[in-house]
Ligand binder design. Sequence first.
Ligand SMILES: Nc1ncnc2c1ncn2[C@@H]1O[C@H](COP(=O)(O)OP(=O)(O)OP(=O)(O)O)[C@@H](O)[C@H]1O
Ligand SMILES: [Mg+2]
Length: 472
Amino acid sequence: MLDSNSFLTPAQIVAELDKYIIGQHDAKRHVAIALRNRWRRLHAPADMQREIVPNNILMIGSTGVGKTEIARRLAAIADAPFTKVEASKFTEVGYVGRDVESMVRDLVEQSVNQVKQRRKEAVKVQAAQAVEDLILDALIPPVTGGGGASKSSVGFGGSLTDGSAMPESDYELNERTRDKFREKIRNGELDDRKIEIKVAQNNTPGIGVVGGAPGMDEASMAGIQDMIGAMLPKKTRKRKVTIAEARKILLDEEAAKLIDMDEVKDEAIRQAENAGIIFIDEIDKVASRSSKGGGGPDVSREGVQRDLLPIVEGSAVSTKYGVVNTDHILFIAAGAFHVAKPSDLIPELQGRFPIRVELQSLTKEDFFRILKDPKNALTKQYEALLQAEEVFLSFEDSALERLAEIAFEVNAEVENIGARRLHTVMSRLLNDILFDVPDLIGPNARIVINRELVDERLQGMVRNRDVSQYIL
Ligand SMILES: Nc1ncnc2c1ncn2[C@@H]1O[C@H](COP(=O)(O)OP(=O)(O)OP(=O)(O)O)[C@@H](O)[C@H]1O
Ligand SMILES: [Mg+2]
């Protein structure tokens, strides 16, 4: 985490990214520096902290070369609140559609979830204890009322008998049984046993503020929803579930009871402001080759850019958790810029993205490595899928080379969709196998994909442009 004392160095960040993304070293270096800078800022003197603004990044590269993937992995590495939006989905304030401030509200929502999750993790042991008691109560209700409800009164009674054997009290018997069962619950021996538990019901079933009043923004609408929720009495209902299920359901509820939501909100806002990353995809779609004298869609595109400006420059956005200052949020924008160029963005916005990185087009060799190396490589994904059926799939290097070649050719001939082409090519290649398992290809089968098999299944399609256009 950013506020911890140790944080990944730029080189370590790049090494992490390398596990998932092939090539694009320039882009990786820049985002690594940007991320490390956030940590550096938080450890700078307080008066300087306010002055240091993030160097937002503009990633330029054609489709499917890894722009979104880099941003997504970066957020995972940073363990920071992250949200991804598409610039083309926004409309100018005052028009129907999403207003740009909603990206900040999304970010805070993410942040709240993250902080909540972290806090719940911290009270897990305590919550687990409470859950165990609840489950035990459901199995063997404690003895209450009457002769000896509490331990101390029984203990006192016992001491008066000075040794003479006395029949075990109900309380003691009950306690012994409970101890025995506590042991069994802990060992998971009773996991399949059904018990009845009380669970909280969702607050506002069917009550939604439909549409809201004109001019009302999402934040105030969400606020009203919450108010209605808080006004209604918290309902619980009984459910019969296995002990294993009960543990899961109750653990979440008990953990939630142990955390202070006001603290969570404050911390979440702090995290969003200082560590938050907003990724604005398709920024080129709101750039317009304007100066041709207005009219048409260009006007609203520029409107979106103008709306973006204060958020990127730093402003206060109200959310249902409180006001968020956007001064130190890191923005990464990305676009293919095939038609419009970065210089077609309004100058103020260009100035707010001082770091420009160009992503390289991927080569055949890159495709080969993308198929083989990343932790989440497609080949590994398919192998894992079939492993679930105990079918062992593997790929020879020569097959991967051929697949890379085919993907590259189709990109060149039909349309360049970058590494995304690998998805379509692979799914074509493996379609029949995926269908035949397990009916025709049973457990313990070994399937080795070699070059010949790739050619057999795909070559015809590559040759025929009309076919490959549609299915590859
Ligand atoms: N350099 C790369 N290394 C590994 N995988 C990649 C690389 N580039 C793209 N991919 C894979 O291709 C797919 C698409 O990549 P991504 O979403 O990053 O594209 P993009 O550059 O954001 O494209 P677009 O402009 O269309 O949004 C992802 O599944 C990703 O895993
Ligand atoms: Mg993308």
